[in-house]
Each structure stands twice: as C-alpha cells, then as structure tokens.
Design a binder for this molecule. Structure first.
Ligand code: ADP
Ligand code: MG
Length: 185
C-alpha cells in the first residue's frame, strides 16, 4: 500500500516536471570549428537536455571584427528541465570545456553559445537578456533559425522568425556548408 502511494507520487512528479523549449545559437571561429560544434552538441546532450532539432551549418564572415577567421554557426532547439538562468550557467560551462577564453569583445572564440529564445519568456537582467537582443540584426542567426522554426513568433516584436529575416538588412553572406550534422553520439 505504501509502495503504491510512493509509485503514484513519483509518477505524478515525473509527469509534472516542466519541460522548457529553448533555441541556442552555436558559433565557432577558432581551431577546428566543426569539431567544436560537434563536441558542444555532445555536451549539451550530457549536461542540458534533448536536442530536438538542428539546423544546417552555415559559414559567415566574422561580424564586428572583420579581419578574423570566418564563423561556423548553427541553431539548435533543445528541451530542458533547467530554467533560463541554470541554462546560462550550463552553456558557460560548456564554452569553458571547449577552451573558450573571454578576452576581446567579439574576438575569436572556439565556441560561443547564445540563448536566442527560452519558451516565450522575456528576461531583462544584467547577465541574461532573452530573447537575445541581436536576433533581428544578424542573418547568421536568422538563416539557421528560420530553417528550423520559420513560423515561431518573437515574443517582443510579435512577428515570425521568417518575417524578421525578410526585414533584416544585414549584408554579410551566409553560406550553407553542411546539411545534416549528426546530433546523437
Ligand atoms: P557575445 O555572445 O555577445 O559575443 P559573450 O558570449 O562573451 O559575448 O557573452 C557576454 C555575456 O552576455 C555573458 O557573460 C552573458 O552573461 C551575457 N548574456 C546576456 N544575454 C545572453 C543570452 N541570451 N545568451 C547568452 N549570453 C547572454
Ligand atoms: Mg555569447
């Protein structure tokens, strides 16, 4: 009888765990760029949650400081039990695991992970801004995002990702280089 109650409570707890849907932008422009993207996806599986969708990999000239190596970028949709602040800690841990040095703003990096969306939450703190403030400014973010979530609506601008891309006047070319990256290891 006691066991049955325990089982019922456990099942109830599992069913009521809140799953969050987040979109992450991964970028690398230092070292073996494809390796860092793949390794980061593996660590995301281990430390954060389930990768439910992955865009193609795109190559873009470095934005901000244009004399650097080009970037490889992709966007992931993930499901996680972590809240947005826990997720920020996890992505910073993964950036460190991938050898990220924080020195120059917009400088070369083995791995950068940005939270683009976290459910439809709007967060405005010093350390975390969601939706990411530059989503609508950069084609290297919008092109992979539109590939996996075209009709998702930006919770502040109240227009779709597809429309954000149409309205974006970033002129840096975004070139698709790999269509299907392995996301299970
Ligand atoms: P950037 O991504 O702008 O090139 P960094 O990766 O060095 O620069 O991030 C700088 C800081 O931005 C981080 O320490 C983090 O606290 C903050 N930040 C604010 N909003 C976000 C977000 N949505 N995703 C990731 N980092 C964010
Ligand atoms: Mg970042």
């Amino acid at each position: 009888m006691k066991n049955a109650l325990w089982l019922k409570e456990t099942i109830f707890a599992v069913l009521t765990i809140k799953m969050n849907l987040a979109f992450l932008l991964l970028g690398s422009n230092e070292g073996n760029r494809m390796h860092w993207l793949k390794y980061a996806i593996q660590l995301i599986h281990e430390k954060i949650g389930l990768v439910v969708n992955c865009s193609s990999v795109y190559e873009t000239a470095a934005w901000g400081l244009e004399d650097q190596n080009s970037f490889y970028n992709l966007v992931l949709a993930i499901e996680t039990e972590q809240n947005a602040f826990q997720l920020l800690q996890s992505i910073q841990f993964i950036e460190q695991e991938c050898g990220r040095q924080r020195n120059l703003k917009w400088g070369a990096r083995t791995l950068d992970i940005d939270i683009l969306y976290f459910n439809d939450e709007i967060i405005e703190t010093e350390n975390l801004k969601v939706p990411h403030p530059f989503i609508n400014k950069r084609k290297f973010t919008l092109v992979p995002l539109v590939e996996i979530a075209p009709s998702m609506v930006h919770p502040v601008f109240l227009i779709s990702n597809e429309q954000l891309l149409l309205d974006c006047n970033d002129s840096l070319p975004v070139l698709k280089i790999i269509s299907h990256l392995k996301t299970r290891f």
